[in-house]
Design a protein around this ligand. Sequence first.
Ligand code: GLN
Ligand code: ZN
Length: 783
Amino acid sequence: MIRIHTLGYPRIGLQRELKFALEGHWRGETDEAQLEAVGAALRARHWQQQAQAGLDFVTVGDFAFYDHVANHIQLFGCEPARFGFDGGESTLARYFTLARGVAREPTGRHEGQHDSAACCAGHGGGKPALEMTKWFDTNYHYLVPEFDRATRFALASDRLLAEVAEAQALGHQVKVALLGPLTFLWLGKAKEDGIDRLDLLDELLPVYVQLLVQLKRAGVAWVQLDEPILGLDLPGAWLLAFERAYHQLATSQVPLLLATYFSPLEGQLSVACKLPVAGLHVDGVRAAHELQAVADWLPDNKVLSAGIVDGRNIWRTDLDRALALLRPLAQRRGELWLAPSCSLLHVPLSLREDAAIDAELRGWLAGAEEKLDELRVLRNALVEGDGSVWTELCASRAAAEARAASPRVRKPEVARRLASLAPGADRRASPFPVRQAAQAARFQLPLYPTTTIGSFPQTAAIRAARAAFKRGDLAREDYEAAMRREIAQAVREQELLGIDVLVHGEAERNDMVEYFGEQLDGFAFSANGWVQSYGSRCVKPPVLFGDVARSQAMTVAWSAYAQGLTARPVKGMLTGPVTILQWSFVRDDQPRATTALQIALAIRDEVTDLEAAGIGIIQIDEPALREGLPLRRALWRDYLDWAARAFRIAASNIADSTQLHTHMCYAEFNDILPAIAAMDADVITIETSRSDMELLRGFGDFAYPNAIGPGVYDIHSPRVPSVDDILRLMRKAAAAIPPAQLWVNPDCGLKTRDWPETRAALRNMVEAAKVLRSEAALRGQAA
Ligand code: GLN
Ligand code: ZN
């Protein structure tokens, strides 16, 4: 018996209907009933698509008005006590409070400008939202459950059961998807010392059992319990807990499908196969090599669900290859299910009719809807023979062949250039101390030099000009003139403020990856390829389909224009190869490392051209370096090696006296300090203010050799830091890092802020640097 299903489905809608409904509701334009109606309509449409594709069940429980982890917090009645809900609020109102926090005073900012949900509160009172963090190695962010001594669990929301009834009323057979209890606890955070999340399991399990019994009573055919943590390097106690937990869950007698994804099971494979569940789903894309082992280990009476269609990427499945993998499994197993590797949340809903992608390329792609159809074809081929789906198989074969042979994909000169790269091409000519001396002589910067991270406020005027230009209502020269005026203003502002190393402000950039992708060969952009990032926020990752090459300079004219306006150095501003890779849908026909190196070569050319145009300081941002880390530690080394090498290839073809900066946003740096040092940037600016400079301690203990600019204020907040705030942080920094190595700068780019607060904050920052300098001078005289 072969069945097909999906672990989850995109929820935002092809036209981002959910986004607009949410934001309208948050602005107070619609009431809860209106918002609920939009949610119900989207669910109905998405179930209909699943039914139409011939799926054996529709999946219920994957919908969320903000985030599915947050749904579980309400479902299991563990909203943190700190929110102080008094029972008078509606469930939905409490839900959005968890997600967005409560500001104590109105900040005057617009929803669209929030960089993170956590930023709309927390400074000077209010209730900070739940923390947000990345869902495994995806770009989706979930709300982090908080556990403390007051945490209790109880079934507290009937939303899930209502959605089950909704699907059943529409005539669908239902499989419910839930997070498994161990993954739910793992994703949370203990908010008090001495609390071990695992200790909460015994209290949580009975609530799960109660829910499962209710779902069974409601006529649910299967319950899928997602336990992706089985693909991580799991501490022994957690692995042991699986057995205990699943024996208890089995008492509910509802058929359970244990779902793992994103990573091979490796040493945890036999435990996963032995758990008392009715079925096991494994990621047949990232762990294709384990499929056969699971088919052998899994007891015969259990269902094997093979995640054969890539849920993380947008390439059309090579159906011949998939069938070759599936045939032995189908022979070996009594019941085989076919599914995407993971929830389809991470791919666009459909790309079939995307207006912005040409027909040839579109033919190589598959969005969620198209992936469901691939499952149907695979099932039919296995059950009724290839002849039953001959047309579809031929089309798949033709697409795979066309893609492999396309001159748009392969540019032999790119491969040749990579192969012939000189051995030292990823090294600066001299070690850091030599470069530092050359740069000091050239730029004559003071102690504690001040700078910013790159972007200045993307004002309404800038966005309007770009929109008009894209619509064709504004001629290119008029658009460019408008951007030059913005750049000139940014330069003037910085000179007035007395900042030492200026930036041009990035007015001309929509997005730090898209801006470069649009100018490089090998990238394409969809019109509706939206993927949820968090809450109502979506991203539209570029499609990196072919060998990357730069046909002409991308940023030089803007940087040179800015530099021509001032005697102070203006940083050239680029996005690094790893970040461009990480924030795109990347081709799957060559190793990611190769693609990263190709991007690195293009950035290297840009760096070379910037230097030739007289730009003395160049910054290559790599905010996504940390998030690219593989889920399993055993793979870190290889990743960090090629990632740092790609960066150095981009960054090394310059004179000792040219200063190379990099920037990274907030991340757990301590794990990867050797790799950061191996990047060998002359200056790294990082986000540290939220951690109160604690992050810097790692750099100090590691004796990080090059210069560092620890962020002195949180740019996600509209709050203007005082001179004293900044001084306090910088003094903490100076205790961890020798002052001669320190720069003074904000945490990140300022594009989401407005000019008055930016001006005020930077004025205080420059003032603080002056205080630090005069203190150092006094100490120097005293010594
Ligand atoms: N240069 C970019 C900016 O200032 C960096 C943004 C980022 O690291 N996320 O906006
Ligand atoms: Zn940043």
